[in-house]
Design a protein around this ligand. Sequence first.
Ligand SMILES: [Zn+2]
Ligand SMILES: [Zn+2]
Length: 212
Amino acid sequence: MSNNAVCFSDASSIIMIGARMGNIMKLNVLLTATRGLQVEDARHAINVLESKLGKLFTFELNTLTIAPPAEGYNEEREQYSAEIFLSAAQDLKTANGRFSSIILTDVDIFAKFTNYIFGLADMVQRVAVASSHRIHPSFWGMKETREFFEEQWGKVVTHEFGHTIGLLHCNNWDCVMKYSNSPPELHKKGRDFCSKCGEELNNLIRKLASES
Ligand SMILES: [Zn+2]
Ligand SMILES: [Zn+2]
C-alpha cells in the first residue's frame, strides 16, 4: 500500500468508513449527541474538530440523538459509567460503518477510581465519550461565559478524538493531549496539538493507510 498520509488508494475496507475527495480519502467520524445536550454544543464540537483536522477526516453529526444508556446509571453516585458510553459508541460505529465514533453528552460521567471524568476513549476500538457536565464553569460556581466554555469543551473533544487516532498523553502544558482531571488543569492546558503530537498524528494516519 501507498505510504502517503491520506491517499488510501483502493483499499475497500477503508472505502466503507471513508469518503473520497478527489484523490484524498477522508475517514468518516460520527458524533452522536445524547438527548439533553444543547445543539450548539454539539455543533461547536464538530466545528473545532473540522477546523483542526478537517483535511484528514469528515466529521458528521448524527441526525439521531440517543438517550444516555440507562444501564450505565449509578444511582448512588448519580453519575453514568463512561465505559457504557464507549460500548454504545462502538455499536454506533459498527451500525454506521464509520472509522470512529464519539458520543457527546451533558450527563455526569465517571470511570473506575475516579470521582468524575471529562471524557474517556478506547484507542483500540476508536471510540470516545466527552461530557460537558463539569466543563460548565457554572457547575463549579464560577461565572460562565459562552466563549470560555467553548474553549474548554473544544479541548476535551479534541483530546478524546486524539486518543481515538492513537495519541497518548503528552507532558507539554501547551498541548491538548496533556492529561487534565480538574478544571484548573483543563483551563491551563493548550487547545492544539503540540508539534510532537502533530507529527505523531501524521505518523499514525500514515500507519493506518499502510495497514489498510
Ligand atoms: Zn486522555
Ligand atoms: Zn503534545
